[in-house]
Design a protein around this ligand. Structure first.
Ligand code: FCB
Length: 446
C-alpha cells in the first residue's frame, strides 16, 4: 500500500485496570484483578494496579499527549466496579463523573472515544456469586451496559462489548494465568457460553439505547500451530484453536459453535440461546500480536498447554515471536470469513528495555521496527482486499501488564512510575508522522 486512505482511523488503546490507578478512590469497588494481585504468585513482580499510570487523575495530560501524536481515536475501557462497586444495585456517581470528564475532554481535543465495556475487571462481588460461571452474570452485564449507554450514549458512539473473550475465559477458568484463576473444564465451558450471552444482550441494549451506535466486539485471533511442527501436537492445536479463535466470533457472527465445542457446551445451552448470542454487529475488532504454539500438557485441564515458539523466530523486545505475514493472512481470512469491517484494536511491542537516556530521551527502535512491519503487513492485506478501517496501537502509556506487572512496557509514551512523569518515546514521533502522512516515515525519506 502506497499510502493509507485519508479516513483510515489511527488510534491508541488502554484499559481501565491497566492505567487508571485510584483503585480505592471515590467509591470504586474491588475487582477480581485487585484480588489476584494480592495472591502470592498472582503477578510476577508482586505489583498491583492500585496506582499504575494514575490516568484517573492525569487524563488531561494524557489527552494532550494523544492530541500531540495526532491520534483520531482513543480506545479505553470503563471499570465496571467504578460505576457499580458491587457489580449491580447501587450506582457510584463519582465513577460516572470520571468518564464524563474523560469523554468530554476527548471530544474537545477532537479525539473519538471508543468505549470497551469489559476489559477483564469483573467486580469481585459478582465473582463471589460465581462470576461468569453463573448464567445470571449475562443479565448483570446487560444492566451495566444499559447504565453506560444511558449516561454516555449521547457523546460516545463506538462501543466494544468485550475485550479478548478467549483470553479471560481460558486463563480465568481453565489455565490459571489470570483472574479469577479457576481450573475446571465445566467452569470454562459455562464461562464461554455465558459471556457469549452477555455479548448478545449487550448488543441489544446498546442498539436500543444509543441512536447511531457503532457496535463491535474485540477478538484476539491468532493462528495456532503445533510446537515445532510436531504431528503429535496437532490435536492439541486444534482444540486450542476452537477455544481461542472460534468460541466467540463463530456463535456471535455465524450463529453456531464449532463442532467439538458445540458438543461440549450443549449441557449449558438453553432453547433460543444461539439467537440471543448472534446479534447484528457493525465491526470486528482484532487484537493481534503473533501466532501461538500448542503442545500436549497434562498439567492443564484440557490436556494442552502453551508451546515454545520456533527458536530462530525473530522477536523484538517482548520476546514474542514476530510474524507480520501471519497478521496479513489473518486479516484476509477474517475479512472473508466474517464479512465485517475490521478494526485492529490492539497491536504493539512490549519489553523491559525502554529507559530515558542521558539526554532524557527514550529511544525505542525495536518498537518502530515491530510496528513498521505490522503496519506494512496490514497495508498488504488491504491491497489483497481485506476491509480494514483502522488501527490502534497498544498502548498509549506504559502500564500494568497483568501477570507481568510492570516488567513489560508497551507504551508509545514512557511512564516513570515513581514520579508519574510522561516522556513520549521515539515511536510516538514515528506514529505522528504515519498519521499525518498516511505513510511510514521511512517511505517519506526513500
Ligand atoms: C492483550 C490485552 C491488553 C494487553 C496486551 C499486551 O492481550 O488485551 O490488555 O495486556 O495484550
Amino acid at each position: 500500500m502506497n499510502s493509507f486512505p485519508e479516513n483510515f482511523l489511527w488510534g491508541v488503546s488502554t484499559s481501565a485496570y491497566q492505567v487508571e490507578g485510584a483503585a480505592a478512590e471515590d467509591g470504586r469497588g474491588p475487582s477480581i484483578w485487585d484480588t489476584r494481585c494480592r495472591l502470592a504468585g498472582g503477578v510476577t513482580d508482586g505489583s498491583t494496579g492500585d496506582v499504575s499510570a494514575d490516568h484517573y487523575h492525569r487524563w488531561p495530560e494524557d489527552v494532550r499527549l494523544m492530541k500531540d501524536i495526532g491520534v483520531k481515536a482513543y480506545r479505553f475501557s470503563v471499570a465496571w466496579p467504578r460505576l457499580l462497586p458491587r457489580g449491580r444495585g447501587a450506582v457510584n456517581p463519582a465513577g460516572l463523573d470520571f468518564y464524563d470528564r474523560l469523554v468530554d475532554g476527548l471530544l474537545e481535543a477532537g479525539i473519538q472515544p471508543w468505549l470497551t465495556l469489559y476489559h477483564w475487571d469483573l467486580p469481585q462481588a459478582l465473582d463471589d456469586l460465581g462470576g461468569w460461571t453463573n448464567r445470571d452474570c449475562a443479565g448483570w452485564y446487560a444492566d451495566y451496559a444499559a447504565l453506560v449507554a444511558r449516561r454516555y450514549g449521547d457523546r460516545v458512539k463506538h462501543f466494544a462489548t468485550f475485550n479478548e473473550f478467549s483470553v479471560f475465559t481460558l486463563f480465568g477458568y481453565a489455565i490459571p494465568w489470570a483472574a479469577p484463576g479457576v481450573t475446571d473444564r465445566a467452569c470454562h465451558l459455562k464461562a464461554i457460553h455465558h459471556v457469549n450471552l452477555a455479548h448478545g444482550a449487550g448488543v441489544d441494549v446498546l442498539r436500543a439505547l444509543v441512536p447511531g451506535a457503532s457496535i463491535g466486539a474485540i477478538h484476539n485471533h491468532q493462528k495456532v500451530l503445533p510446537e515445532h511442527g510436531k504431528p503429535e501436537y496437532q490435536a492439541a492445536a486444534d482444540l486450542l484453536d476452537e477455544h481461542w479463535n472460534r468460541a466467540f466470533p463463530d456463535p456471535q457472527i455465524l450463529g453456531h459453535y464449532s463442532p467439538r465445542l458445540a458438543q461440549d457446551i450443549e449441557p449449558y445451552v438453553q432453547a433460543g440461546d444461539m439467537a440471543r448470542i448472534c446479534r447484528p454487529i457493525d465491526w470486528f475488532g482484532l487484537n493481534h500480536y503473533g501466532p501461538i504454539f500448542a503442545r500436549n500438557d497434562d498439567k492443564f485441564v484440557w490436556g494442552y498447554g502453551w508451546g515454545d515458539s520456533p527458536p530462530d523466530s525473530p522477536s523484538y523486545g517482548v520476546g514474542w515471536p514476530v510474524f507480520p505475514e501471519v497478521f496479513r493472512d489473518e486479516l484476509i481470512t477474517l475479512s472473508q470469513r466474517y464479512r465485517l469491517p475490521i478494526y485492529v484494536t490492539e497491536n504493539g511491542c512490549g519489553g523491559n528495555v525502554d529507559a530515558p537516556d542521558a539526554a532524557g530521551k527514550v529511544v525505542d527502535p525495536h518498537r518502530i521496527t515491530y510496528l513498521g512491519l505490522f503496519v506494512d503487513a496490514m497495508g498488504q492485506a488491504m491491497d489483497a482486499g481485506a476491509d480494514v478501517r483502522g488501527y490502534f496501537v497498544w498502548s498509549l502509556l506504559d502500564n500494568f501488564e497483568w501477570g507481568s506487572g510492570y516488567t513489560q512496557r508497551f507504551g508509545l509514551i514512557y511512564v516513570d512510575f515513581a514520579t508519574q512523569q510522561r516522556i513520549p518515546k521515539e515511536s510516538a514521533g514515528w506514529y505522528r508522522q504515519l498519521i499525518t502522512t498516511g505513510r511510514q516515515p521511512r517511505c517519506e525519506t526513500a
